[in-house]
Design a binder for this molecule. Structure first.
Ligand SMILES: [Fe+2]
Length: 583
């Protein structure tokens, strides 16, 4: 038998650096760099993620057939130069800040990769949106599908329409910079006092508290959307094509007030603006997907790019367009570009048939029971060792008794959501848990809703949604007669759902089944295992620190149970609220 073909995909130097390893077309490992360096959205060359991918497969860089990079730095460089010239001299500051980084680092990507990895083979590049499109389609369950990619910006493209068939994909239309739905959304994220490229989901979470009072203003003055799915952003009110800021005084004049100071009080106005831009985004996405359907006649849709993480829009596309099936993989943003370029090389460039379908998000590092026992013993941490049945029974009971439980099991998730490997769990029936978990555990804003995990087979009883939502990327209404899970039901009666099957995650599924047996409710709160501003925990040590620094009552790691009351206080702890910059 011939040796397997390994391809390493890398995305980095913008935000959310990640690495992905393919073995004969199958994703064997993928992870974001931030989890290892503990620096949220870390954009550096993903050295640790690469090291992890290679060690997981027991290979060295010499075993790699190819390394793929997820976009084309020269074309992006051209865009920055041309845009800067077009908007000179207003662009001078942004230009002179960006250029040295480009010259020093980004244009030398193949050299940097070869040198850092000790790799001597070829480094190949895909277009940014080709990578997104591949990351959506080539790992999907569909032989044939329409493809839509939507993000801030790649090289020039901000959105692409395409079709995937077998191992080929064709992008037949695009929208180009500066017209960008992602950047438009980010401009509002910035104006509302949140962090760009990081806190867009807060705008989405804030929206249901508001009314779409600014909808017409946005559609009149800021963005012109046509029925053919194309749109133009009016750059007269925008700043992102010429400065480092997303918005300036012209945008503020349009909305009649300055940008909200970060961390200051959220007023009704802010919520109305959030609702307005969210609605505009959804409506444009609906136009885009209807156009795509009319052009292709297909009923399967694959989406990728940062905007594909807008699960409210995704839910509406499923309900309101002719598309019957939607696939969005869990790392739909730029981290997923690492998967995209690797699969693009393997299938589309090298012509290999597709055999692999994305099965679950558990592609990151794992720690065995022995690893965890060694960690606990060597740190003199008290624990209870339980067999599987007892572990499930005890944990379900603890949640029913209104404890908040850290849940650390198996391989870490790839993508921004915790899906039952690195999660914090609590009882969704208790209305107080929204505040308890937001404020006491995660130290984050109280308006942020929590998402439920539901047993997939019970999901239709609780939610008005026929299909599965394994990656928490669809929002659907909670059924009227099931409004008994208030801490995961948003003010507008919706929920951002994770469905779980036993195949996807047996231990997690069995835990929720146990809770169901105990309480009659097959739903729990699942939020990511981290505090505000911190990347999701990766190692047992990260988990233990997060557990000790918050009011979480119990921590379950593998088959070990830790009780906060039995813990010795942390020795001299660093000031973690300073360690993690607020997101
Ligand atoms: Fe992107």
């Amino acid at each position: 038998m011939s040796n397997p073909m390994y391809i390493l995909g890398i995305s980095c130097f913008y935000h959310d650096a990640a690495a992905c390893l393919l073995k004969d077309g199958e994703i064997v490992a993928a992870a974001s760099e931030e989890r290892f360096t503990r620096k949220k959205h870390d954009a550096e060359l993903p050295r640790s993620a690469i090291r992890y991918c290679l060690s997981h497969a027991h290979i060295t860089p010499k075993d790699l057939a190819y390394v793929g990079f997820y976009d084309k730095p020269f074309v992006k460089f051209e865009r920055i130069i041309l845009t800067s010239i077009a908007t000179f001299p207003r662009s001078y500051v942004a230009f002179s800040t960006a250029i040295p980084i480009w010259l020093r680092q980004k244009l030398w990507i193949p050299d940097i990769i070869r040198k850092e990895l000790g790799y001597e083979g070829e480094v190949l590049f895909a277009d940014h949106h080709e990578s997104h499109a591949a990351s959506g389609f080539l790992v999907s369950p569909f032989k044939e599908a329409a493809i839509l990619t939507v993000d801030g910006v790649g090289e020039w493209t901000t959105s692409a329409y395409g079709v995937g068939r077998d191992n080929k994909l064709e992008l037949f239309n695009e929208i180009r910079f500066p017209h960008s739905l992602g950047l438009l959304y980010s401009a509002f994220t910035h104006y509302l006092g949140f962090k760009v490229n990081s806190a867009e989901y807060k705008v989405m979470g804030l929206a249901p508290y508001g009314q779409p009072k600014y909808y017409d203003l946005i559609m009149d003055k800021l963005v012109k959307a046509k029925d053919d799915g194309s749109f133009k952003v009016n750059m007269k009110h925008m700043a992102y094509d010429r400065t480092l800021a997303m918005t300036d005084w012209r945008f503020e004049r349009l909305f009649g007030a300055p940008r909200r100071e970060p961390e200051s009080k959220l007023e009704q106005r802010h919520m109305d603006i959030a609702m307005s831009i969210q609605r505009v985004t959804e409506d444009i996405m609906l136009k885009m997907t209807r156009y795509l359907h009319a052009q292709t006649g297909l009923t399967n849709l694959c989406m990728a790019g940062g905007v594909a993480l807008n699960c409210v829009a995704n839910g509406r596309i499923l309900r309101e367009t002719p598309f019957k099936n939607i696939f969005v993989q869990p790392a739909a943003g730029d981290a997923g570009g690492a998967v995209g370029v690797a699969t693009f090389l393997y299938h589309t460039v090298l012509g290999h048939e597709r055999k692999f379908t994305w099965k679950n998000a558990y592609l990151g590092p794992e720690f065995s029971g022995e690893d965890i026992r060694n960690y606990l013993v060597s740190h003199d941490i008290k624990f209870h060792e339980l067999d599987r049945a007892e572990l499930l029974r005890r944990t379900a009971k603890l949640i029913d008794e209104q404890n908040v439980v850290g849940w650390f099991q198996g391989r870490m998730e790839f993508g921004p959501r915790a899906l039952g490997s690195r999660s914090i769990l609590a009882d969704a029936r208790n209305p107080k848990n929204k505040d308890v978990v937001n404020l006491k555990i995660k130290h984050r804003e109280s308006f942020r809703p929590f998402a439920p995990t539901v047993l997939a087979d019970r999901s239709p009883e609780y939610f008005d949604m026929e299909c599965a939502s394994p990656y928490m990327l669809l929002v659907a209404p909670v059924r009227e007669n099931k409004r008994i899970i208030p801490s995961v039901t948003h003010v507008d009666g919706s929920a951002r759902i994770q469905t779980v099957t036993r195949d996807e995650n047996p231990l997690y599924y069995d835990l929720i089944s146990e809770f169901y047996k105990l309480t009659g409710v097959p739903v729990i709160i699942n939020t990511s295992f981290n505090v505000r501003g911190e990347p999701i925990v990766c190692t047992p040590h990260d988990a233990y620190l997060c557990f000790m620094r918050t009011d979480m009552e119990y921590l379950v790691m593998d088959h070990f149970l830790l009780d906060k009351r039995e813990m010795k206080p942390l020795g001299k702890d660093i000031d973690w609220q300073k360690e993690f910059e607020l997101d």
